[in-house]
Design a protein around this ligand. Structure first.
Ligand code: SF4
Ligand code: FES
Length: 323
């Protein structure tokens, strides 16, 4: 994965669970499966099965097919379908919409229809302290928040309980909530399962403007992104790199309590590098869309069989009179 990322975003496989700053992450979601057609210079035999790019060591002479291999592309459609088996389609009300890795993944690699008819697993939302809400319905069990809790506390205090269809993030996570850095679980969550209660339902992310800012903080580096709606700071998050990963953890005081512009030294607009709707109308945004998802969307596009009378488009008089 890291080798592909060094080449560039066009060839880097998608990642839903791997998170470079979190030691031990990866190997859970299978979003990054690739075909190794030659193992190494010394042993150029192909690997018999698809392998997860995030936990496979790179070797001299290795040949990896990621964006062109039919087996990989077909498998990714299945992985999206699998991740969406229990995930609610509540993007219109989800705070993560617009910066959700699952949305991007299903847009780029999923199919436009569903075969699911079964009921989805449902859970009641859980309050994790004053500032974090866990909406387990949306969780894809990537374990990122588990590894974050591992890193910010001395002893692991939460994890995934049960297995298979019954697996869920343990509510023991509440015990990690006393930690000054617990809010970082919100930033690492790829979907909208862990949300910031001080920001919930305040705005759609594409209506807000991200600005880099810093402050003198005794607990963390104080380097953050402020999300503005008009003159109001509606959210504070850690700064992320082009892969959507946190550059460093920030403390809860910066995240939840410093919501005034006067608390911060503003550095300037955040460079939004991901091909996300957040870049719309932002300074310095890269508006070039990667060719691969567009080619895939064109391939999957199906003309809707619609034989309704559309003559009113050219002749409004043909519309039935209003009653
Ligand atoms: S709550 Fe979020 S970060 Fe934690 S396992 Fe679920 S999807 Fe991953
Ligand atoms: S990103 Fe590799 S398995 Fe999840």
């Amino acid at each position: 994965m890291q080798a592909a990322r060094m080449i560039g975003p066009d060839v880097a496989p998608p990642a839903m669970c791997y998170y470079e700053p979190l030691k031990g992450s990866g190997g859970k979601c299978r979003a990054c499966l690739v075909k190794v057609t030659a193992g190494s210079e010394k042993d150029p035999r192909p690997m018999p099965k698809l392998v997860p790019a995030c936990i496979t060591a790179v070797q001299d002479g290795m040949i990896v097919e990621n964006t062109v291999n039919e087996q990989v592309l077909e498998t990714r459609k299945g992985i999206v379908e699998f991740l969406l088996l229990n995930h609610p389609l509540d993007c219109p009300v989800c705070d993560q919409a617009g910066e959700c890795h699952l949305q991007d993944f299903s847009f780029e690699h999923g199919v436009s229809s569903t075969r699911t008819i079964e009921d989805r697993n449902t859970f009641e939302p859980v309050d994790l302290g004053d500032n974090i809400k866990l909406n387990m319905n949306r969780c894809i069990l990537c374990y990122r928040c588990v590894y974050t809790a591992d890193q910010i506390t001395d002893g692991r205090v939460h994890g995934v309980m049960h297995r298979g269809d019954h697996a869920e993030i343990s509510t023991y996570i509440e015990k990690a909530i006393d930690n000054d850095f617990s809010g970082n679980v919100i930033d690492v969550c790829p979907v909208g399962a862990l949300t910031d209660k001080t920001y919930r339902f305040k705005s759609r992310v594409w209506f807000s403007k991200p600005m880099d800012a810093h402050c003198e903080c005794e607990k963390c580096s104080g380097n953050v992104t402020l999300w503005y709606r008009g003159d109001e700071v509606i959210r504070v998050t850690g700064r992320k790199n082009e892969w959507g990963e946190l550059k460093e953890f920030i403390c809860n005081t910066c995240r939840f309590d410093r919501k005034k512009t006067s608390d911060w030294v503003i550095e300037g607009p955040t460079n939004v590098a991901r091909h996300s709707v957040i870049s719309a109308n932002k300074y310095g945004a890269n508006l070039i869309r990667p060719a691969f998802p567009i080619a895939q969307a064109a391939r999957d596009f199906k003309q809707i069989d619609d034989d309704r009378d559309r003559s009113f488009l050219t002749n409004p008089a043909s519309l039935p009179a209003k009653k």
